[in-house]
Design a protein. Structure first.
Length: 259
C-alpha cells in the first residue's frame, strides 16, 4: 500500500476539520429548524407519506451510481413540467457535479443520500453525522444550496439515525410507493407497480432510481397516467410539513391541527 507523505495529508486534514466545524455549526444553529414530532409509541420514524386533502404526490430518485439516463429523466420531467427530488450520495455528487448543478437549475430538490451509502443503523452517532454532513458540505460548496432532506440508504434506520439526522437539520424521508425499478422487470412493470400501488394516494412519496435499466423509459407514461387521474407532482420540500406535526404508526406525517 502506498504511504502518504505527511505533507500530502494536509488536504485531508483540512477537509476533516471542515466537516467537524460544519457538524458543530449545524447542531448549534439548525436543530431548531426541524420542529418534528418524529416518534410513535417510542419509535422514531422518517416520513413515509403525508396526510393532505390535496391530490399531491412526490416523485423521488435515488442517485448513487451511474448517470447514463439522468439527462433523459430531466428532459422528460421538463416536458411534463414536473418537479421532483433527487437524493444523492457523496460519491455521485463528486463524480457528476454538472448533473447536480443541472438538477438544481431545473428547479428540483437536492436531497442527501449519505456520503458512502452505508447501512446507517450500524453506525455511531458521530459516524451518522459525518455521513450526512460530508456530502452536505460538498453540495454547499458546489451549488450554494443547503440540503435538508435525507433518505437513508437501503431504507435502513433506527431511532439513532432519525434523531441524529433531525439534530443535523434534516427531515428523514422514506417512501410508501416503491417502483421496484431496481429489479429490472421492465417498463410496464414500473408503470403498473406505481400507478396501481395499493398505498398510492394523496401525499404519497414514490421511490425511483436513476441509473436503473428501464426507469427513464417508463417515466413519461407513469407521469401522464397519474396526471390523468388528477395527481399533481410536487417536490418533497413542498409536500411535507416543516413543523408542528406528528407521525402515525405507518409513518404518515400529520399536521398537529388534525385529530
Amino acid at each position: 500500500m502506498r504511504k502518504l507523505h505527511p505533507s500530502n495529508l494536509f488536504p485531508y486534514l483540512i477537509l476533516s476539520l471542515g466537516v467537524v466545524a460544519l457538524i458543530a455549526s449545524i447542531h448549534e444553529y439548525r436543530t431548531a429548524d426541524v420542529t418534528a414530532g418524529t416518534s410513535y409509541n417510542g419509535k422514531d420514524l422518517p416520513i413515509y407519506c403525508v396526510q393532505t386533502d390535496e391530490k399531491k404526490i412526490s416523485l423521488t430518485f435515488d442517485a448513487a451510481w451511474g448517470n447514463e439516463d439522468t439527462q433523459t429523466i430531466l428532459d422528460t420531467l421538463a416536458q411534463y413540467d414536473v418537479k421532483v427530488t433527487f437524493f444523492m450520495t457523496g460519491s455521485w455528487v463528486q463524480n457528476y457535479p454538472d448533473d447536480v448543478k443541472a438538477i438544481l437549475e431545473a428547479g428540483h430538490d437536492l436531497g442527501n443520500h449519505s456520503q458512502n451509502h452505508k447501512n446507517m443503523s450500524q453506525l455511531s452517532s458521530s459516524e451518522i453525522a459525518n455521513e450526512l454532513l460530508t456530502v452536505h458540505q460538498t453540495v454547499k460548496e458546489l451549488t450554494g444550496y443547503d440540503m435538508f432532506l435525507f433518505r437513508p440508504p437501503y431504507g435502513d434506520y433506527d431511532n439513532l439515525v432519525i434523531t441524529e439526522a433531525t439534530a443535523c437539520g434534516y427531515y428523514p424521508i422514506q417512501w410508501d410507493v416503491d417502483s421496484l425499478d431496481w429489479k429490472d422487470y421492465g417498463v410496464d412493470s414500473i408503470i403498473n407497480t406505481v400507478t396501481r400501488h395499493k398505498h398510492l394516494g394523496n401525499g404519497s412519496i414514490v421511490l425511483c432510481h436513476n441509473g436503473s435499466k428501464y426507469t427513464a423509459q417508463a417515466l413519461a407514461a407513469m407521469i401522464t397516467t397519474l396526471q390523468a387521474e388528477g395527481y399533481e407532482f410536487v417536490p418533497v420540500s413542498e409536500l411535507i410539513y416543516r413543523d408542528h406535526y406528528h407521525m402515525n404508526h405507518e409513518g404518515r406525517q400529520i399536521p398537529d391541527t388534525s385529530q
